[in-house]
Design a binder for this molecule. Structure first.
Ligand code: TRP
Length: 328
């Protein structure tokens, strides 16, 4: 079986956009590949080093959501980066062979240095972010990395680091490829892309009442002023999102009723909230379980980290041998 590695920074509770964009895919992949999924808590430090108070709490909350989404510790390895210090060792070797110019040219680096003004990103680790990511990926000799479009440049850089490393020391690592999945961006409750920083999310852990309340605030067709006006579902966020959560023929019928003013926006919102609640049903059920069994979540994380560390130790022995710094 081919191997997959992917990680997320510990942002805490996840939302429906995280699920649609990444997690759902992770769950699917665990049946087809040998998967290593981890919390990139060291990556959080590269920019959020000044306040570390939430990292552990967010890690536990995020892994709880992973398990609720359907990641199965019998099928994949779930671990925490900082519990596998071999990543730091490989990061050092990779940092030796990575030219500075490669890092300075990474689009995410340039963009964030320009746009993020509320924290000081003139630190060493922030520039090295993609080198640490390359170490995460190669630590398990991954073949594929499921990521969003924004991370493709980092996987590409990983390939370049691998080529340079293998050139110097022999063929140690396979060149990993990004595994892109076409996922339409989920629209948030304010019409922009669903994102924690916009405060427009539906959380996986939202109660049915919370979901109904959030969906009620969503914007519909602005030109439809009275209930008797014909609607334009193609210009309506609620209609578009509803379509993502129900079968196409159901959405078609709703669209038709909207155009003919047979139903109002309130009805469509109610249908959307119902569809989301139903869609989240199995996730909510597992979430309730893991919320009440946080010790179990912790144990899964620790046991996964132990397994990851075993594999990382084996691969690190290869690396040291190849680099002639092994004393064994
Ligand atoms: N940089 C990734 C993100 O922000 C997180 C990450 C860290 C990652 N290491 C990784 C993703 C290794 C895939 C593989 O989303």
């Amino acid at each position: 079986m081919k191997r997959i590695v992917s990680g997320m920074r510990p942002t805490g509770r996840l939302h429906l956009g995280n699920y649609e964009g990444a997690l759902k895919n992770w769950v699917r992949l665990q049946d087809e590949y040998e998967c290593y999924y981890f919390v990139a808590d060291w990556h959080a430090l590269t920019s959020d080093y000044a306040d570390t108070s939430l990292i552990k709490e967010n890690t536990l909350a995020m892994v709880t959501d992973w398990l609720a989404a359907g990641l199965d510790p019998q099928k994949c390895v779930i671990f925490v980066q900082s519990l596998v210090p071999e990543h730091a060792e490989l990061h050092i070797y990779f940092s030796a062979v990575t030219p500075l110019g490669w890092l300075e040219r990474v689009p995410t680096y340039k963009e964030q240095r320009e746009n993020i003004t509320d924290k000081d990103l003139a630190n060493y680790a922030f520039l090295g972010y993609p080198v640490l990511q390359a170490a995460d990926i190669c630590m398990y000799k991954a073949h594929f990395v499921p990521v969003g479009l924004d991370q493709v440049a980092h996987v590409e850089l990983t390939r370049e680091i691998v080529r340079r490393f293998n050139n110097f020391y022999g063929d140690v690592f396979p060149e990993p490829g990004a595994l892109l999945t076409e996922t339409p961006k989920l629209i948030g409750t304010d019409g922009r892309k669903m994102s924690k920083s916009y405060n427009n999310t539906i959380e996986l852990s939202d109660s049915p009442d919370a979901i109904r309340a959030k969906v009620r605030q969503m914007i519909t067709d602005r030109t439809r002023i009275r209930r008797t006006d014909p609607g334009h579902p193609e210009d309506c966020d609620v209609c578009k999102v509803h379509r993502m959560f129900v079968p196409a023929d159901v959405a078609d019928r709703f669209d038709e009723d909207c155009r003919g003013a047979g139903i109002g926006c309130v009805d469509r919102k109610k249908a959307l909230a119902d569809a989301m609640i139903e869609y989240l049903g199995p996730i909510t059920e597992r979430l309730n379980y893991y919320r009440n069994h946080q010790d179990e979540v912790r144990d899964i994380m620790l046991e996964g980290s132990r397994r990851a560390r075993e594999e990382a130790g084996r691969i690190m022995a290869d690396v040291r041998r190849a680099m002639n710094i092994s004393w064994e």
